[in-house]
Design a protein around this ligand. Structure first.
Ligand SMILES: *Cc1c(COP(=O)(O)O)cnc(C)c1O
Length: 471
């Protein structure tokens, strides 16, 4: 980094907004409840005294903003008009009824408070990085038992940076489940970013890969026809199903001891752990033990954990050091990500303890839905229920339509995703919608069957139907 570049002036305090109201209301009722806690029609505007927050935002360092002298005491207290309360509460109420994905989760008030209390350093210019980002990275490294961690903008970016860091010299292949996100859902990034081919494996047990699947498909070096396997990329959870620790360990032991030419690094183990916390909490295994099976892991903060954005990748110090080049190259170097890291830290605190409740609600709902006569395509092990609408003869459009009629938001694919902001009342509406739909179907009523749009349309049932068709 060029000398002098880190000598930035102290960060300015947030602009003072003249307050017309006299009352200073604390921002958050700090309801740690994930459900929307606010009463409808709550005031739109709260004023928040930011004096303390300004100090925090400078991390106690002596700056112009904090070294106030007696003359400056007359400056009116810096206040911040918090006009977004209504938007936030509306959003919280909206996502209670949204079963499309756990990405729909919105910040809790604790997260909003953390955003205001965040550090505001430039994560690129400041050589020591941003304080909240560093805290988040340290926390994830510590939790996963890895040497280092790196904040990235999205799960896709995290996965592709990891894969690119492992894949140094084509020809090479990544062995993965044929439904793998890194292959199917990341815009074809692997061949573009890493010049890699893929070996798509259909799990022989219909749910997750095992060591036998990997043994059958791994490509050794030696034949000029076949690009050798350089990475085995696993996913946990995959469509809500768990890749058990036992299988991850067996695959890892096999892959890491797979013979490679003299001087070549062992085949790398990558984990797309977008929902790794759901997986280890539901399986009841140790996160560090799980992570020990992998050289790199990408973990989403913005899925079930509920942070507004971001992912973290973990690995060895050397790996993360190298990965930083690719993060910058892929446009992932960020200036003031402290706010998002702070929200993610609050999200870890808030949401991880709530995952068992989310999973229990998912299981109960699955039992109700099954009792209504629906076919569930995959084992319900975490926060997802994947319905096989095609098998039950239910048009995607009708599925969405009945949901809408009962006030719940659904994807046409038949995949239901639960998260910490769903309310029990919304779950009742969901079951009522599906009951009416099944009754109408059984009564021979004509169901709407027009084209439906939505990113989830077709793909998952299509993949599952293939899987069920004896592959
Ligand atoms: C969502 C998801 C990702 C990617 O996350 P984005 O932040 O949407 O890029 C990667 N893998 C899996 C399994 C996911 O569900």
């Amino acid at each position: 980094m060029a000398p002098g570049i880190t000598d930035l002036p102290p960060s300015p305090s947030p602009p003072a907004v003249k307050s017309t109201a006299t009352k200073t209301v604390p921002l958050a009722s700090t309801s740690s409840n994930g459900h929307a806690g606010g009463e409808p029609g709550a005031e739109d505007t709260h004023n928040l005294n930011l004096d303390n927050l300004n100090n925090n935002s400078n991390n106690g360092e002596s700056t112009a903003a904090t070294t106030t002298t007696s003359q400056e005491d007359e400056t009116p207290p810096s206040t911040f008009r918090y006009t977004t309360t209504k938007n936030l509460r509306d959003a919280q109420r909206r996502v209670e009824h949204d079963f499309r994905s756990d990405t729909v989760t919105v910040p809790t008030e604790d997260m909003m408070q953390a955003i205001i209390d965040a550090s505001f350093q430039d994560d690129l210019y400041d050589e020591s990085g941003d304080e909240c980002v560093n805290r988040l990275q340290d926390r994830l490294a510590e939790m996963t038992g890895k040497e280092a961690a790196l904040w990235v903008l999205s799960g896709t970016m995290g996965n592709q940076i990891c894969l690119r860091t492992h894949l140094v010299q084509p020809p090479h292949t990544v062995l993965l489940d044929y439904r793998a996100h890194v292959h199917c859902w990341e815009t074809g990034a692997l061949p573009v970013m890493s010049q890699a081919s893929v070996t798509q494996v259909h799990p022989s047990n219909g749910v997750h890969l095992t060591v036998d699947d990997v043994k059958r498909h791994i490509i050794p070096e030696g034949s000029i026809y076949f690009p050798p396997t350089r990475v085995v990329s696993l996913e946990n959870t995959l469509s809500g199903t768990i890749l058990p620790l036992k299988d991850a360990r067996e695959i890892s032991d096999f892959v890491r001891s797979f013979p490679v030419p003299e001087g070549e690094r062992p085949i790398a183990m990558h984990l797309d752990g977008a929902r790794l916390f759901d997986a280890v909490v539901a399986e009841g295994v140790d996160l560090k033990e799980y992570c020990a099976c992998f050289d790199s892991i990408s973990i989403c903060l913005a899925k079930g954990l509920g942070a507004p954005m971001g992912s973290v990748i973990v690995g060895s110090k050397k790996f993360i050091q190298r990965a930083k080049y690719f993060r910058k190259m892929f446009g992932g170097g960020t200036r003031q990500p402290g706010m998002m890291a702070a929200a993610a830290l609050a999200a870890l605190e808030h949401t991880i303890p709530r995952l068992p409740q989310v999973h229990a609600l998912t299981r109960q709902t699955a039992a109700s839905i099954r009792a209504l006569g629906y076919t569930i395509a995959l084992p319900v092990q975490t926060n997802m229920i994947v319905l096989d609408l095609a098998k039950d003869g239910i048009p995607a459009a009708a599925f969405v339509e009945y949901g809408k009629r009962h006030g719940v938001t659904l994807f046409p694919s038949g995949r239901l995703v639960f998260h910490h902001q769903n309310s029990p009342a919304a779950v009742e509406k969901l079951v009522a919608a599906l009951r009416e739909l099944m009754e109408d179907k059984k009564a021979g009523k004509t169901l709407v069957d027009h084209e439906v749009s939505g990113v989830m349309c077709n793909d998952i049932p299509y993949l599952i139907i293939n899987a069920l068709a004896g592959e």
